[in-house]
Every structure is written in structure tokens, then in C-alpha cells.
Ligand binder design. Sequence first.
Ligand code: FE2
Length: 330
Amino acid sequence: MTIVLGIESTAHTFGVGIASSDGIIFANVNDTYRPASGGIHPREASEHHSKFASELLRKALNVSGFSFSDIDGIAIALGPGLGPCLRVGATLARFLALLHKKPLIPVNHAIAHIEIARLNTGFEDPLVIYVAGGNTIITTFKDKKYRIFGETLDIPLGNCLDVFAREIGLRYPGVPKVEQIAQRGKMYIEMPYTVKGQDLSYSGLLTYALKLVKEEKYKLEDVCYSLVETAYSMLVEVSERALSFLNKKEVLITGGLARSKILSEKLSLMVADHDSVFKPVSPEYAGDNGAMIAYTGALALDAGVSIPVDESYVRPLWRMDEVDIPWRRE
Ligand code: FE2
């Protein structure tokens, strides 16, 4: 059994997890930076991470009951993410790897969202819908890599709803609050529905919804309802096309939007039409967390993946489809 300590710091969450390659999560300790106003400021988020890093590391070791002599490697999410935030986690991971003479394992954050969701749902070979504040991607494993079968061309779906919520004065977390208001809506207002082939665009939709709120011509609940319906339907459309093309028997949603009951219900109805099974990842593993980095790091280390410390640069734009997945077979 390979046991790995993993560090997550790609965006607003700093997390430390400890997990084994056979899927036991020994610790998952996280803290999320919440700006007083506006979106994530990378420097402020990185200051949060520096402040909480040692406390979270200590907590994770305490919860697991392990010391560094029990740990086989240190995994770090090197990207994609915000440079200043990535560097805090990377610095700590390199230091721990050198100090305790452990291999350093590079983990792609998006792939970690997939692997923790496969573990959590028990799905072997799913079509994966990865939707969060920072990503909107439809993917599945094929020929050694996670291949992309649709993604956003501009802002992610989660970001579209988060920014909308913030602009109309709703505090964090924005998505459930917009959904709550949307549930009172009765009238659908036509909105920009932008699907290009298998790709999505959400920025025009956001601008249009905000314009409608400003004009005060429609009730807020109808604008929210129309925004949510349009945004989710676009995603369901490309997911359905990917599913019928790839013929997968399992479909999962991972990332922060896996917590949305409305989105999961829509996906689940579509998936049932194709005689496949749908599951969302559990809420505790939906958002960014240290456990997913630890678990993916353990799978990777078992398959022989590690990186010399002096080559462990952060990769803010690291695409998931560049990464070889030696722990999975066709
Ligand atoms: Fe994430």
C-alpha cells in the first residue's frame, strides 16, 4: 500500500490530504479563502495559504495518526491555477520532499477531481463532467490520456453564476442562492444559448443576464430561472452528444457544481434516456480538497511517476489532456 500526502493550493482553497493508492482517505483538511468583496485576488489568496499551511499540515498528520516515516511521497497540484497560490503549495511540497527524502509527485488538479470522483462513485470508466468555478470540461479516458470532448471557450459555468450572484449583491456561495431565487421563477426569457460544436460559451449569457437585471423589465426570479435553465441546458446538450458518441455506461459530475441538485437532476434524466447510470461526487469531495491530490499522487507514484525538485515548476495553464495516465489501462 502506497501512502501519499497531497497538497492543494491552486485557487482559493489550501488543503492537505493523506491517502493510499487503494483508496483509503486518512485525512482531508482544507481551508478556503473568502474575499470580503469581489472575486479571488491571487495575492490575497496566496497570503491566506501561507498563513494556514503549517496549521493544516499539522492537522492532517494528527487526524491520520501518521508521521513522515509512514508516508511514501509528497504530491503537489502544480496546475492549472493561479500562479501566486500554486507557488505556496509547491514551495511547501518541495521543502517536505527534500527534508524527509521522499519522492515529489506532480498532480494535475483537473485529473485529481476526476480520480477522487471515480473512487467516490465506484465508477470504473465514466464519462466525466467536470464543472466548477474554474473549469467546464467533458472528458473521458482514451489512449493513455483524459481526452476532452467539449469545454468552455471563455468563462466556466461556475464562474458565470458566481459573478452574476456577486453583481446582484448575493454573498458567497453564489450558485445555491441564484438557484434558490430561480426556483420561484415562472417565465422563461430567451437568453444567448451558445454551443459551438462541442464547446460552450458563457460570457455573453452572463452579460445579457446582468443587463436584464439592470433594466428591471423582468422579475429577478424570472431572470435567475432563465439564466440557470439556459446555462445548464447548454451543458446537458454537449454532455448528451458526448455520451451517445462514446457510449459510456457510467456518467459522473465532479467539481463544485456537483453540489447543484438542479444540475444533477437534469443530467440524471438525460443519462437515464441512454440507459446509463449517473452519480454526482459526494459534496465533501466536490470542491477543491487535499485528499484528491493525495489519492491521485498515490496512484501516480504506484505507476512510477515523480519529478525532480529542481524541475517542479508550477504550471498555471497545465491542460489535463497533456498528462499521461499510466495507472489506467484501456
Ligand atoms: Fe478545482
